[in-house]
Write a protein of this length. Structure first.
Length: 346
């Protein structure tokens, strides 16, 4: 709605001769399109706005201003996405009204009027319950069925989703939908996920699209609709390990988890972060790291020693240390961020 209100100003500004005015308009388009949650909201504006922004990318001479125009054009296209604007006709609305009335008698003129109002509100994406009761179903017999009608029209306004082939084999770990937001921007809304035990899945997408953000949100229990850690044990293994204050030295400086030895980090992660029962002892943690290839007292000389602080480990050894903890935890879902990125080419 805010973008639609500024459309007359943007239209005039993008047609202005001043490149500074055009740059400002492109900046407004870029910022406002980033706040769009539903791509269908942008589609009605695309026929007017898209040619103007594209023209700015072609006609602006100043390199910096043209760069802003190109950025705004990409953001606008991304905001529109592949959304489809589902239009509901008055005839379709009439069928829904008659269906919810269930044979109740009413005046044909009133019936046509209510159907036209319902179709108009649906195409405007207005589904506020109070508005429908006050403006559409305010008189009998429509007042008793207006909520049911509103729900039906909201479903009718959404494009039909492709039905994916159901995987019936194997044991389900998770099947449902979730949403993910980053600040005020919604990255995923009602995204569907189906995970099976002992299966491998890949997250595909360009850089900065939110793959790592999604996995971090899962492991930090920030994903709305996804099972918590006590229901589904999820572990995320990445190159960098988050620092955690675990104590204070005599001089007042904090003691960080990454300043501790590798065996301590594994034990701490299992016992304190994931509340593992029975708890992991120092001997178990050391033996697990030894099996993974870490150095130990009296053992062969390797790049990473389990008694050395985590900060001394390379990215590859940090991943091995996290995998050791995941193995002890027997995780239900193990997520790896670029798992082969640390491996030597030889």
């Amino acid at each position: 709605p805010a973008l639609a209100c500024t459309m007359p100003v943007l239209s005039r500004g993008l047609n202005d001769k001043s490149e500074e005015v055009k740059r400002t308009c492109c900046l407004i388009v870029d910022n406002m399109c980033k706040l769009v949650e539903d791509p269908a909201e942008v589609l009605p504006l695309m026929p007017r706005l898209e040619p103007l922004v594209r023209s700015a990318t072609e006609k602006i001479a100043d390199p910096e201003a043209r760069g802003m125009a190109e950025k705004a054009y990409k953001t606008l296209q991304k905001a529109g996405g592949d959304a489809q604007l589902q239009r509901v006709s008055v005839d379709d609305a009439m069928k829904n009204v008659k269906e919810v009335l269930g044979g109740k008698s009413c005046d044909e003129t009133e019936l046509a009027h209510v159907a036209a109002l319902a179709a108009c509100a649906t195409n405007m994406r207005c589904f506020d319950s109070a508005d429908w009761k006050a403006q559409i179903g305010f008189a009998a017999p429509f007042d008793s069925v207006v909520e049911e009608l509103r729900a039906k029209m909201e479903v009718a306004s959404k494009p039909k989703e492709e039905v994916e082939e159901e995987d019936t084999e194997g044991v389900d770990l998770y099947k449902g939908a979730f949403s993910l937001a980053y600040g005020t921007l919604t990255l995923l809304r009602d995204a569907k996920m189906h995970l099976k035990r002992e299966r491998f899945y890949g997250l595909l997408g360009p850089n900065q699209c939110g793959k790592t953000t999604l996995m971090r949100a899962i492991v930090h229990e920030q994903l709305e609709g996804f099972p918590k850690r006590d229901e589904l044990k999820s572990i995320f293994v990445e190159h960098e390990i988050e620092e955690e204050e675990v104590g204070v030295m005599d001089d007042g400086f904090p003691i960080l988890s990454v300043d501790k030895p590798g065996w301590w980090w594994v034990q701490h992660t299992c016992n304190d972060a994931y509340k593992m029962e029975p708890q992991v002892t120092e001997e178990i943690a050391r033996e697990a790291l030894k099996e993974t290839g870490f150095g130990y007292v009296g053992g062969p000389d390797v790049a990473a020693h389990m008694d050395n602080p985590v900060t001394s480990y390379s990215g590859g050894w940090k991943m091995k240390m996290q995998l050791t903890a995941a193995k002890l935890l027997n995780a239900d879902v193990l997520m790896l961020d670029e798992p082969t990125g640390h491996l030597d080419v030889n």
